[in-house]
Design a protein around this ligand. Structure first.
Ligand code: BGC
Length: 507
């Protein structure tokens, strides 16, 4: 169905983009989004593997011993820095890799960056599945991290650039949808292999090769984005690709706009330096803050450690993995809600609704644990089931808001000149704070106990206020018109853009 989107950016006149949703664009989107599967599978698998006895006995005997001592403090039995390092080393590597990936993305395109991602990832998988010592485990995870850094840099940008403006949100969220599917599949795998002794964990880690192979093969057949082609001076190819993905020859307005954005970008020799200018402040702050807040919802305390968390409150091994599968399904289905709604109700509405829902559920979980879970008892069955229900309500609200929008918003707000560099800050902030949570959560739980949930609750209040006052709506605004239509119009951020312009004119 062709859709006309009015755009009046660029120098002067109002233009019309004819944006069909072509099968080709949808297929490219689906294939590229498999990068999200790799990320998601990793998030889901490490929690399961680190709660498996065979794995713990082989690599972390101290934790194994402690886990099986009946008298060990509930909140502390998994607190071990090395065990946390296994989970979190991936994110440190991804943090560094995203800056390299930003350069590769600009110089060699989004597609090649995705291919590189899948190769790093595959090598990491082999090392992990074959690991005979901690070094192999950690080096393997670092390579997985490099893969994730590359994929998370290239995939959301790719999706935002190929999408017709009126479905940009939905198409971009395919990435997050795949993240959630990856987590869900990992949860099922954890559940199934936990009874395969003694090598079930190897199978769990090895199966990460499947999404990586899918991305590797898929990225050979998909298109490069017209923006990336034009940016690299392949003008004819860029124009042809634009016609192909839009399913019409009438792409002049959009082509001109991309060309204009590329010209502006070419004048910027050092994108990272440019990012430090005042005029880049609005996008940069939003990109970083969205990711930091995404992590301080506390989502990964649940995603990484769901099996561990459920064991903490008294579920047996199988039951706790099964509960993680349930939260996994909720996560996937609720992300679909976001795909459907994001371009209709807008980004701000979803984020604010979720803040309310997440706050209530975090406080309720914290309250229940505070009253019922002491150092060495177990929660009664009924209460434990309530905790799982609340966790599901929490996960669902995250899944239609901060999860996908943490990736979407930074990918659509930067001008081309600073897009890949700016987005690298978003990816690396995500990775840094994912690392912080992964590394600290088990220790925080040991010290703060049920209070950990109130800690995250307090952050949710802060993020709600931030959205109300500082986050502009970006729904239905063409990606290369954000400065004009969004930043220059915002009550707070416009001063940064205006001052810069005033300065330019007074020179
Ligand atoms: C976040 C991950 C999180 C996942 C949960 C992603 O958007 O970046 O840290 O584990 O959502 O679905």
């Amino acid at each position: 169905m062709p859709a006309m989107v009015v755009s009046n950016a660029g120098p002067g006149a109002a233009k019309k983009f004819e944006g069909k949703i072509t099968i080709y664009v949808v297929i490219c989107g689906i294939i590229a989004a498999t990068g999200g599967l790799m990320f998601g599978y990793d998030i889901g698998i490490s929690g399961g593997v680190t709660s498996m006895d065979d794995f713990l006995e082989e690599f972390f005997p101290v934790v194994y011993e402690r886990k099986h001592k009946a008298k060990e403090d509930n909140y502390c039995k998994f607190d071990n820095q090395n065990l946390q390092l296994f989970t979190s080393s991936l994110y440190l590597a991804a943090l560094v890799a995203s800056f390299v990936a930003s350069k590769v993305c600009t110089k060699h395109g989004r597609r090649l960056t995705m291919q590189a991602a899948s190769i790093f990832f595959l090598v990491g998988v082999i090392l992990n599945a074959a690991a005979v010592n901690i070094a192999m485990l950690i080096i393997g995870r670092i390579l997985l991290g490099v893969g994730v850094g590359f994929a998370n840099q290239a995939v959301p940008l790719f999706l935002s650039e190929i999408a017709p403006v009126h479905i940009r949100g939905a198409l971009n969220i395919l990435f997050q949808l795949d993240v959630t599917i990856g987590i869900f599949v990992a949860n099922i795998v954890n559940y199934l292999v936990s009874n395969i002794h003694p090598w079930g964990w190897r199978l769990a880690l090895g199966l990460a090769g499947v999404p990586a192979s899918m991305l590797c093969l898929g990225s050979m057949v998909i298109a490069e984005t017209p923006t990336s082609l034009i940016e690299r001076e392949m003008l004819m190819e860029g124009l042809a690709m634009l016609k192909k993905i839009r399913g019409t020859d009438n792409v002049d307005a959009e082509y001109e706009e991309i060309l204009h954005a590329c010209e502006m970008a070419r004048q910027v020799k050092q994108p990272f330096k440019n990012l430090m200018k005042r005029s880049s402040r609005p996008q940069l702050v939003i990109a970083i803050v969205m990711q930091v807040f995404q992590q301080f919802t506390g989502i990964n305390a649940i995603m990484f450690y769901a099996p561990v968390l459920f064991q903490t409150i008294g579920f047996k091994n199988d039951a706790s993995l099964l509960s993680a599968v349930i939260t996994g399904i909720v996560n996937v289905l609720s992300t679909v809600v976001s795909v459907v709604l994001v371009d209709k109700v807008g980004r701000r509405f979803l984020l604010l609704e979720a803040c309310g829902q997440m706050l209530i559920t975090q406080v309720a979980i914290g309250g229940i644990l505070l009253v019922n879970l002491k150092a060495t008892n177990e929660l009664g069955h009924g209460v434990a089931v309530w905790v799982v229900v609340l966790v599901c309500l929490f996960v669902s609200s995250f899944a239609w808001s901060w999860g996908p929008l943490g990736w979407l918003i930074p990918s659509e707000t930067f001008p081309l000149a600073t897009r890949t560099a700016g987005y690298a800050f978003a990816v690396s902030s995500n990775m840094l704070f994912t690392f912080v949570i992964a590394q600290a959560f088990l220790s925080m739980m040991c010290h703060l106990r049920a209070g950990i949930f109130f800690f995250f609750g307090a952050w949710i209040v802060v993020m709600g206020l931030f959205v109300i006052f500082f986050l502009p709506e970006t729904k239905n605004v063409p990606i290369d018109e954000m400065t004009e239509k969004v930043w220059k119009q915002h009550w707070f951020w416009k001063r940064f853009i205006d001052e810069e312009e005033t300065k330019k004119h007074s020179i």
